[in-house]
Write a protein that binds this ligand. Sequence first.
Ligand code: ATP
Ligand code: MG
Length: 381
Amino acid sequence: MTGITTTDLVKRFDDVTAVDGVDLNVREGEFLVLVGPSGCGKSTTLRLLAGLESPTAGAVEIADEDVTTASPSDRDVAMVFQNYALYPHMTARENMTFGLKTATDFSADAVDDRIAEAAGILDIEDLLDRTPSALSGGEQQRVAIGRALVRDPEVFLMDEPLSNLDAKLRVQMRAELAELHAELQTTTLYVTHDQVEAMTLGDRVAVMYDGEIQQIAPPQQLYDAPETRFVAEFIGSPGMNTVEGTLKRRGDAAHVTWGENSLSLPSAGAVKPYAGDRVVLGVRPEDLTQEMGGPLSMEVTVTEPLGDSLLTRGVVGDTEMEVSLPPRSAVDVGDVLSLTADPQRLHLFDIETGAALYHSAETVGSDAAEPPVADTQRSTT
Ligand SMILES: Nc1ncnc2c1ncn2[C@@H]1O[C@H](COP(=O)(O)OP(=O)(O)OP(=O)(O)O)[C@@H](O)[C@H]1O
Ligand SMILES: [Mg+2]
């Protein structure tokens, strides 16, 4: 097993708790992405795994070995940093060789073979004799990855390796990293604050907030069934709309109201038992549509043509919401739109704790869900 396991990992700096009881399990061969806002503790977690920081409490296991107190050189990990950390006075080749010579006892021939192989994979054969100042950002990044690659470690740790690249190169390098991982299958923990990068690269994604892991799940599951309000708002571009409202139940029917607005929940019997009636309703911008006489009324404040959609922001009741409309929709600032939501794409969260209470999609196909009889009849007549 070459996985990584942390158990109740804690790191405090004076009065800041950067990592607050993290249980993380990166499976053998997995590409796990750790994502979260700035300052939530991602880099500190990675540095604890690499041995560059020592934990205040908790344990780290790599490849079934307890390395909690092991020095960085005694851990079979290779780290790639955001700023590349290349030695400016060394050529690309020397930068790649340097770690190999100090960390291992390879013969000169074996070193040359490994450099040639890594350079081939990363397409940097022609750049090996240049120093970093003669390389572009993307090329320097490849050399930094090459330096990690030649070590052939049990585990790769990557801390925002693409964040210094321009948007186009970032997308290209992202695809190359995915290919590289498919080929090498090295266990990888990859840190980013970019949720699109997280969703596209991760076999699973761990969402971190304020030193804690909020949820670890495959990308689609994070999007479809966020376990907390934070995950719902963080994942997606833009994230989920959340509205504080009042839950009214009558038998298996229920709806959430705020101001003059109201949305009904299908098979509301599935809502977890909940004290009180104030809740947070969640609905994604792409699950709202314009409909004459729809239950929501939005006064438009901003429109953003994104090409493939018209992202429209406005106020519903007294809550800001966003709706993703078809491109070229005739909508202007000040317009009042009637909107409706896909009933199978509604979410409820606890107003105090933010914990998920209900995802309407999960009621589909279950015994509790009633088939939409009225709709079926309408479409066949
Ligand atoms: N050496 C240190 N001394 C004191 N506080 C620190 C130290 N390193 C990190 N911190 C604090 O710990 C918290 C987590 O920092 P960390 O660098 O892990 O965040 P991050 O998630 O990587 O953020 P970013 O996305 O901005 O890189 C922050 O509040 C930071 O100020
Ligand atoms: Mg960081």
